[in-house]
Design a protein around this ligand. Structure first.
Ligand code: 5GP
Length: 117
């Protein structure tokens, strides 16, 4: 069995991190190395290594991640169109993935460049 990810340990409360939001599918907590004033990770409780490896059985989980991201943005007061937020999912080396446990980055609180780096 592969080693448990840091995110599993946070979700299981083995590693302390304030949980900003959770539901049956996912949990959200602040990124330890924030890239914007708001930088939250939305992580499924079911371990899916990366988005391209999700299967049909993961459909509800994938939908729940986006719904949760929207709720977290509202909770944190960044969901107004005039301000806004960005969601990012990194899959694989070239995208910058470092933790092999699917997660959605929610970034907000500053103007974000496009195209991204
Ligand atoms: P990735 O690069 O895989 O898309 O994103 C992984 C993210 O997890 C990074 O932004 C990194 O800062 C964050 N991270 C890594 N270890 C920890 C940790 O122990 N706690 C928290 N809260 N975030 C972490």
């Amino acid at each position: 069995m592969s080693e448990r990810t840091i995110f599993q340990k946070i979700i299981d409360r083995e590693i302390p991190a304030p949980i900003l939001y959770q539901d049956e599918h996912c949990a959200a907590f602040n990124d330890i190395n924030p890239q914007a004033p708001v930088h939250v990770l939305i992580v499924p409780k079911k371990v899916i290594p990366r988005v391209g490896e999700a299967t049909r059985e993961d459909q509800a989980t994938l939908g729940a991640l986006l719904l949760a991201a929207g709720k977290v943005a509202t909770l944190l007061g960044v969901s107004e169109r005039t301000q806004g937020f960005r969601l990012v999912i990194n899959h694989g080396r070239d995208a910058g993935e470092t933790v092999p446990h699917l997660h959605v980055h929610l970034l907000a609180g500053r103007t974000l460049e496009w195209p991204p780096g």
